[in-house]
Design a protein around this ligand. Sequence first.
Ligand code: SAM
Length: 243
Amino acid sequence: MNIDVLTIFPDMFKGPMETSIIGRAQGKGIVSIQTHDVRNYTDNKHRRVDDTPFGGGAGMVMMAQPFFDALEEILDVKAGERAPDTRVVLLTPQGKTFNQAKARELAQIPRLIMLCGRYEGIDDRVRQVWVDEELSIGDYVLTGGELAAMVIIDAVVRLLPGALGDETSAEEESFSDGLLEYPQFTKPAQFRGIEVPPILLSGHHESIRRWRRKESLKRTYQVRPELIKEQNFDFDDQVLMAE
Ligand code: SAM
């Protein structure tokens, strides 16, 4: 997979994108993440990327020109044309809220282009001409799209085949089956007087599976009951919930 990020702060990506699972995934050639400094595409000698908003009001708006030029060069298409196998994503608080289902969908796309806004955002003509999808990471306003892009990249890259050491671990995580994950414990079995649930030490795989499923249902019901409503439960789950 290839991910291109358009930003005026490419240095923000250096540590996070080179560390741990994402860094290793890049090293293994599973993903390539390129940042592009939007200032390199300005057509003014001061490398200005922003200007005052038409109609007045507070703040500055990022100009369309550097984004148009950057996208034409990076995608090698003219404005209005679509690059094959590519999705152009605008990070914006006005977008659809990103979630695990969207992460799974994006993980199937060969090339992602992520546009990071700053100030009051990007001139809307960039959205009109180039953007396939607008994504938000939650109902709050960040200073820029960079952290949002990194959140999405992190969630997507760990789903790519081979990115995690243990292929099954992404399949069992929270949201993978629509529920929150069961509680996890590690050694020692007793810590400061608190014991690990004995069933986890029993070695009975089916009993452990059922205990985990029940805890998963319980935790989801307590913390995120709206997720439970979206589920179609089989007979086994209904028995566990009734226990
Ligand atoms: N004036 C904009 C508005 O009210 O919708 C907010 C601009 S915000 C200060 C600057 C940039 O941060 C946005 O252009 C966007 O790229 C990014 N951003 C802010 N909040 C975000 C969120 N919740 N999800 C994704 N990107 C966000």
